[in-house]
Design a protein around this ligand. Structure first.
Ligand code: BMA
Length: 390
């Protein structure tokens, strides 16, 4: 059944319909690589099918009770909590570029960028898909992505300061160039630039990040996107798709969802970040999450259709997964009503107790997660590999 649905989806996730291991990496008319455009087509096709990819942030670099040995290359892509539970990797891996702008060796969660690059190569070689977020620091205050109350006045001026004419514009261009260098460095030994879904400036409908709702105008936010995409393009980036992923603040309202939408010429995928934070299996809060997710996904999927965009649940999860059957009783039923291309859960932090979003061996939701894994609709890495074998 699972494979019938997969074949019905008729996809090859990152392949260009032929042998991906060839030296040439042709450009499409859009100026991006043909493989990057193909990834977009595949994501759209997934949206038209009943199946969706499962992904996790930082899945292969650490989990509950372990952290990869970053000094040992042979440990690349060998472990993840998801694999320990269901003997398969997520089809989609997500990593974060926060602190690449500073020229740091490691990202904000302590993962070396060199390791992230290796994980990306390994996952691509295995037929998986990669997305990158960017929790960058504040170029004006020197603080993090998160707004500090004591610096509120500065934070509120940051987007204006990095746009053209602003006092931090030149600095910010160098920050974008670090991102461009990283994306351009994702070239395989056989000359292929690995297609990436880049997802900066996320959850901007809330105000916890310095690019959030209360810290810039809609015009400034859109200009920030324009600047980002045009600078990366000028720097030769040909392997990036761009995802727009607000939080749930639009609350199902199309106009609010689109208030800061940078435009069809910039965005490839529309999404939504929506979390379940219920303490100790609070059934009312879990039901509220499901209703909230349902309402917001309906809007995002409608917008995707109108604008001919791919669509995904770009971040979700129940922190601590405090009910045993959350996967098949809460998440899957909502997803079955909305044609998303993927669902991504956030990280299993090794150094922040209780901050995890996928089960690990011994966690009470493992058997439910295995049911979710076996469901016909969910695609993990092996399912995606099966597509290559067609
Ligand atoms: C957040 C939390 C933080 C983390 C950040 C970037 O949602 O998980 O602990 O630093 O994402 O990964």
């Amino acid at each position: 059944m699972k494979y019938t649905l997969i074949i019905a989806a008729a996809l090859a996730l990152c392949s260009c319909g032929g042998n991906q291991h060839k030296a040439s990496d042709p450009l499409a008319d859009s100026g991006r690589t043909a493989r990057t455009e193909q990834l977009l087509e595949n994501l759209k096709a997934l949206g038209d099918s009943a199946v969706y990819l499962f992904g996790q942030h930082d899945a292969t670099v650490y989990g509950i009770g372990w952290e990869a040995d970053y000094t040992n290359d042979s440990t690349v892509h060998t472990r993840s909590d998801v694999k320990s539970v269901c003997n398969d990797f997520p089809a989609l891996l997500s990593f974060d570029l926060g602190h690449i702008e500073l020229g740091d060796e490691c990202n904000l969660d302590g993962v070396p960028f060199s390791r992230i690059r290796q994980e990306i190569f390994a996952h691509y070689d295995r037929g998986g898909m990669i997305t990158l977020s960017w929790h960058l620091d504040n170029p004006l205050s020197g603080g993090s992505s998160w707004v500090a109350d004591s610096l509120r006045d500065v934070e509120t001026h940051t987007v204006a300061a990095i746009l053209e004419g602003g006092e931090k514009h030149e600095l910010f261009l160098t920050w974008l160039d670090h991102v461009a260098d990283f994306l351009n460095s994702l070239e395989t030994p056989y000359g292929v630039r690995i297609p990436i879904l880049f997802r900066p400036w996320h959850e901007h409908t809330g105000s916890w990040f310095w690019w959030g709702q209360q810290h810039c105008t809609a015009e400034q936010y859109k200009a920030l996107w324009q600047l980002t995409v045009s600078r990366l393009k000028d720097k030769g980036v040909t392997n990036a798709l761009y995802a727009y992923s607000p939080g749930t603040e639009p609350d199902g309202d199309e106009a609010r969802y689109l208030e800061r939408y940078p435009g069809d010429e910039i965005i490839d995928l529309v999404g939504l970040d929506c979390y379940c934070w219920a303490p100790e299996a609070d059934t009312t809060q879990i039901a509220n999450y499901a209703a909230n997710l349902d309402r917001n996904l309906a809007t995002v999927c409608a917008i995707a259709k109108q604008h001919h965009k791919a669509v995904a649940l770009t971040e979700t999860g129940y922190e601590g997964i405090k009910t045993d059957n959350w996967w098949t009783s809460t998440l899957a039923p909502v997803l079955s009503r909305h044609p998303v291309s993927y669902v991504l859960v956030w990280r299993n932090a090794h150094d922040k107790p209780g901050h995890f979003f996928a089960p690990y061996p011994g966690h009470p939701s493992t058997s439910d997660f295995i049911r979710f894994y076996n469901a016909p609709q969910t695609l993990f890495l092996r399912d995606v590999n099966a597509l290559y074998l067609q």
